[in-house]
Design a protein around this ligand. Structure first.
Ligand code: ZN
Length: 382
């Protein structure tokens, strides 16, 4: 089977084992492809993280494509149907072709579509208006240290502020074309230590079970939602990711129960507001506890504007589907770019297989994605 340029590049990238934060040569391969087209290319590396920043053209508008070359670990490779870095093309029962392997959908398929779209657009319009840019990091799946936030500081210093940022992360929910992410919720962790009174299991009148105290608090949190969401954001969520208590003996009532909690928050909230809510709930059920909150990421939102209009119209032209706008899903590096004031959206393949065993991406969707990006550039770079 003859592969398109996009699928071919995606396959080459999947065959490079680049487990976060090791780029392992992906960005060198991409730089070699961009160079003949006259891109100015910089590698900005820090703390074992590699970043590629490439620009073509001059002046405004500046449209930046944002992606990452790292992938999450495979887990036990023997549970995969094929080797996860083989880049095998398989045909499924639906008659469609899929590029198989770790990183195929998150997000080397998207990377390849962004790159091939830029090159196709430049071939069509070598003297295009404005600047087209590409930023790739090798530390998106890890802690982002030395990654996109580091390059954003560099961009600020150089006064390079993108007008538009398109991120080729998986954004679609059920079918390709059905969803653009125009924002993401923020991420907040809390450790809550609930105190009771330790005692003998048979002398419960002299003890206070910290697990029971914690469970009253959890029930109260579930009964008192933090908010009801907004037009673009779902409600702020409360999750318990871990509960630990116990002394190791079956006949002891635990005096301490530690909860690890996670909140995904919308733009009605701040970490301070959430903390206030949680403390009030704890107070209302009379539990004795200490709390420690840690912000992991702020929410971002891009409201309707030229970028969303251009992308939406291009998706309809290529797929016939009208995408919805939404903010569900995990955080992305879009949050770092959005804070430059840049209109920022994510649009890429269907997200149902990311980080899973037997990750794969539909090759027809990658070709459609490339066409959508080319059409979007045509509309933006006028
Ligand atoms: Zn990703």
């Amino acid at each position: 089977m003859e592969l398109s340029k996009t699928v071919n590049l995606a396959k080459e990238l999947v065959c490079i084992k680049s487990v976060t934060p090791d780029d392992n040569g992906c960005q060198d391969l991409i730089a070699k492809i961009l160079e003949p087209y006259g891109f100015s290319i910089r590698f900005i590396s820090s703390n074992g993280t590699k970043n590629l920043l490439a620009f073509h053209g001059t002046g405004a508008p500046l449209t930046l494509f944002l992606g990452h070359t790292d992938v999450v670990p495979t887990g036990d490779e023997t549970t995969w149907d094929y080797p996860p870095f083989s880049g095998k093309i398989i045909t499924k029962d639906d008659g469609k072709h899929y590029l198989y392997g770790r990183g195929s959908s998150d997000m080397k398929g998207g990377d390849a579509a962004m790159i091939c779209a830029m090159l196709e657009y430049i071939e069509q319009k070598p003297d295009h208006k404005g600047t087209i840019g590409l930023l790739l990091t090798s530390n998106e799946e890890g802690d982002a240290v030395g990654g996109t936030p580091y390059v954003v500081e560099f961009l600020k210093k150089e006064n390079i502020i993108p007008d538009y940022c398109i991120i080729g992360e998986c954004s679609c929910d059920e079918v390709f074309g059905d969803s653009i992410k125009n924002g993401r919720r923020g991420d907040l962790n809390a450790t809550i230590v609930v105190n009771g009174i330790q005692g003998h299991a048979a002398l419960e009148q002299h003890a206070k079970n910290a697990v029971f105290e914690a469970s009253r608090f959890i029930s109260a949190m579930l009964d008192n939602p933090i908010d009801n969401g907004t037009q673009f954001f779902p409600p702020t969520s409360f999750q318990v990711s871990n509960i630990s208590a116990g002394t190791g003996a079956d006949n002891v009532i635990p005096g301490v129960c530690t909860l690890r909690c996670n909140f995904r928050w919308n733009d009605l909230q701040t970490p301070e507001k959430i903390e206030k809510h949680v403390r009030e709930v704890a107070k209302s059920c009379g539990i004795d506890c200490t709390m420690d909150f840690r912000e992991e990421g702020k929410p971002f939102l891009t409201k309707e504007g030229l970028l969303i209009d251009a992308l939406k119209a291009s998706i309809i032209e290529v797929t016939g589907i009208t995408p919805s706008l939404g903010t569900s899903g995990g955080t992305s590096d879009g949050r770092f770019i959005r804070h430059l004031g840049t209109q920022t959206v994510e649009f890429g393949p269907v997200s149902n297989l990311i980080h899973k065993v037997n990750e794969m991406v539909c090759t027809e969707d990658l070709d459609s994605l490339t066409r959508i990006y080319v059409k979007t550039l045509e509309k933006l770079m006028k």
